[in-house]
Design a protein around this ligand. Structure first.
Ligand SMILES: O=P(O)(O)OC[C@H]1O[C@H](OP(=O)(O)OP(=O)(O)O)[C@H](O)[C@@H]1O
Ligand code: HPA
Ligand SMILES: [Mg+2]
Length: 176
């Protein structure tokens, strides 16, 4: 275990089994549709890679990289990398590592709906419900986690720890 990890929450094996379960639901729900899996960079990459191994329906992949800022009266989002394709009339499944305040996914979902997507749903590996400040829920949730700062399996602190093959809680002394 990495020296900065306080506790492992989910092992590689548990994450793989959860990806199989989630993919089974997605295969069922989207069997007659052609889905675009949209990974939000950078955190979603390991989860998207594992989940997609078990998806049997036809899907295509695309990626977005956004950063959002909270102003006094408004929320602005900067698109650092946009999708390669037009989503009008398409079924979109947003793939995330974590749903925390909900700011990122609320903004991206609204943006894709405005562009005319037929449906925009969310699959997230982790759901930190206590962190939520925006009223948004994911259709598919891997694990509900406590209100702690987590790293690994794509999740970073200051861009580090993304490569860890498990999800763990970061020691408080590393960010205090
Ligand atoms: O629900 P929220 O409060 O919006 O938080 C969740 C988002 O924050 C993190 O991304 P980050 O902006 O750190 O980018 P990264 O994926 O490159 O780490 C995470 O990967 C989610 O995208
Ligand atoms: O707990 C977290 N860890 C890493 N990145 C995050 N982005 C939102 N919440 C988290
Ligand atoms: Mg991050």
């Amino acid at each position: 275990m990495h020296k900065d990890v306080k506790e492992i929450l989910y092992t590689q094996q548990q994450i793989t089994e959860k990806c199989q379960e989630l993919a089974t639901m997605i295969n069922h729900d989207y069997h007659d549709k052609e889905v675009i899996l949209v990974g939000l960079l950078k955190g979603s990459v390991p989860f998207l890679a594992e989940l997609s191994k078990y998806i049997e329906i036809d899907v295509t992949f695309d990626y977005m990289d956004v950063s959002s800022y909270e102003g006094v009266e408004s929320r602005t989002i900067t698109i650092k990398k946009d999708l390669d394709q037009d989503v009008k009339g398409k079924d979109i499944l947003l793939v995330e590592d974590i749903l925390d305040t909900g700011k990122t996914l609320t903004t991206v979902k609204a943006m894709l709906e405005e562009r005319g997507a037929t449906s925009v749903e969310i699959v997230t590996m982790l759901d930190k419900k206590e962190g939520r400040t925006y009223p948004i829920e994911a259709k598919y949730v891997g694990f509900e986690i406590p209100n702690a700062f987590v790293i690994g399996y794509g999740l970073d602190f200051n861009e580090k720890y993304r490569q860890l093959p498990y999800v763990g809680i970061l020691k408080e002394e590393c960010y205090q």
